[in-house]
Design a binder for this molecule. Structure first.
Ligand SMILES: *Cc1c(COP(=O)(O)O)cnc(C)c1O
Length: 397
């Protein structure tokens, strides 16, 4: 059985009725025959058949022994952090998701967890910061918003030599492009809000584990802390996952075309996309992501001002101005004013988030329409000075 067939047929048919769609078990509790004698379900926080179906599907998607569903991506990340004790350390990718940074720094630091943010695109940096106290190496690849790529296999070998677990936030790549557990990671987390859900109509999170020991610990935390995903959203997420391959393959193809188009635009300075040969770790992405480089692209403008970026992001028609990514509708965002606003300007600049940086999430619209949309937006924004315009005309003649 091949990949997409496996996904479609990992969605179970209801044994009781034959329902081809997983039933939504909207219940808080389950009637028992005698105290402790039940059908495997006793209370809605501890277990729910709709959630169990989703968790089994995601475990299979990522080749893990088990997966657990949480209310949001951050609730999933929070559950993983609860594996740690005071005194433990984390080595994390410096371009980490802003919400994870906030959780690590402003919630967990006060419980005695130390986090070192390092540029993991160079393996040597991980070697420099890993110590016997390191319990987790936290990676995202590609990262948000500058699409940095780290070598998961090499970093896993380094981490395991120090008995540290490797966690990969696989939200950006999706399991269609990248399977971190196969590359040596121990834990995968997802914001199900993005590609897994795929329709920008729910928030959800998942943790997938490589070993039964880790699975038992996360299951315990899920029940003890209680940040579960409700049955309606579990059902909706299953419904989204059924079309994951179709969506992601299309989004990756479109993103590569859009990225190539952007490299030809006179208004554009840098284009960040792992599928471009000019990307720092393109060769790693090529192996690690099976040639599928993701649906997100970032770029900066030659006239690098926030004002110019704002002109562009408010001039597109199909790329809707919004936070989030991974849905069927294309989105555009200005990280400096939106997703990364809480990070001080100097720190933002350091990690490549220039004032004019624009992030695109390609949806499933026709690729040509998306390219034409950007073309008209650049024209409408009139970003080039008269001198630059005249030079272009002169070059063309
Ligand atoms: C969105 C996102 C999260 C957080 O997920 P929520 O569902 O919004 O809580 C975590 N990691 C990455 C990479 C994300 O893009």
């Amino acid at each position: 059985m091949r990949k997409t067939t496996a996904i479609i047929h990992s969605v179970p048919v209801d044994p009781q009725t034959g329902s081809i769609s997983v039933p939504i078990y909207q219940t808080a509790t389950y009637v028992q025959e005698a105290p402790g004698v039940n059908k495997g379900y006793d209370y809605g926080r501890s277990n729910n058949p709709t959630r169990k179906a989703l968790e089994d599907i995601v475990a299979q998607l990522e080749n893990g022994v088990a997966a657990y569903a949480f209310a949001t991506g951050l609730a999933a990340i929070d559950a993983v952090l609860k594996l740690l004790s005071a005194g433990d350390e984390i080595v994390a990718v410096d371009d980490i998701y802003g919400g994870a940074y906030r959780l690590f720094t402003h919630v967990y630091q006060k419980f005695g967890i130390t986090v070192h943010y390092v540029d993991t695109t160079d393996v040597e940096n991980v070697i420099d910061y890993i110590t016997p106290k390191t319990k987790l190496v936290w990676l995202e690849s590609p990262t948000n918003p500058t699409l940095k790529i780290s070598d998961i296999k090499k970093i896993a070998a380094i981490a395991h030599a120090q008995n540290a677990w490797v966690v990969v936030d696989n939200t950006f790549a999706s399991p269609i492009a990248q399977q971190p557990l196969e590359l040596g990671a121990d834990i995968v987390v997802h914001s199900g809000t993005k590609y897994l859900g795929g329709h920008s109509d729910l928030v959800a999170g998942l943790v997938v584990l490589k070993t039964q020991t880790l699975a038992d610990q996360i299951k315990f935390i899920q029940n003890a802390s209680g940040g579960i995903l409700g049955p309606q959203d579990c059902w909706l997420l299953i419904r989204g996952i059924e079309t994951l391959t179709l969506r992601v393959e299309k989004q990756c193809r479109t993103a590569l075309s859009v990225a190539q188009f952007l490299t030809t635009c006179p208004e554009v300075d840098k284009v960040y996309y792992p599928g471009l040969a000019s990307h720092k770790n393109h060769h790693i992405a090529q192996q690690q992501q099976q040639g599928l480089y993701g649906g997100v692209i970032s770029f900066t403008l030659k006239n690098d001002t926030e004002q110019n970026a704002l002109k562009v992001v408010t001039a597109t028609q199909y790329f809707k101005l919004a936070e989030s990514l991974g849905g069927v509708k294309s989105l555009i965002c200005h990280p400096a004013q939106m997703t990364h606003k809480s990070i001080p300007q100097a720190k933002r600049h350091q990690s490549g988030v220039a004032d004019s940086l624009i992030r695109l999430s390609c949806g499933i619209e026709d690729t040509e329409d998306l390219i034409e949309d950007l073309e008209q937006a650049f024209k409408k924004a009139a970003l080039l000075s008269n001198v630059q315009q005249n030079q272009l005309v002169a070059d063309a003649v």
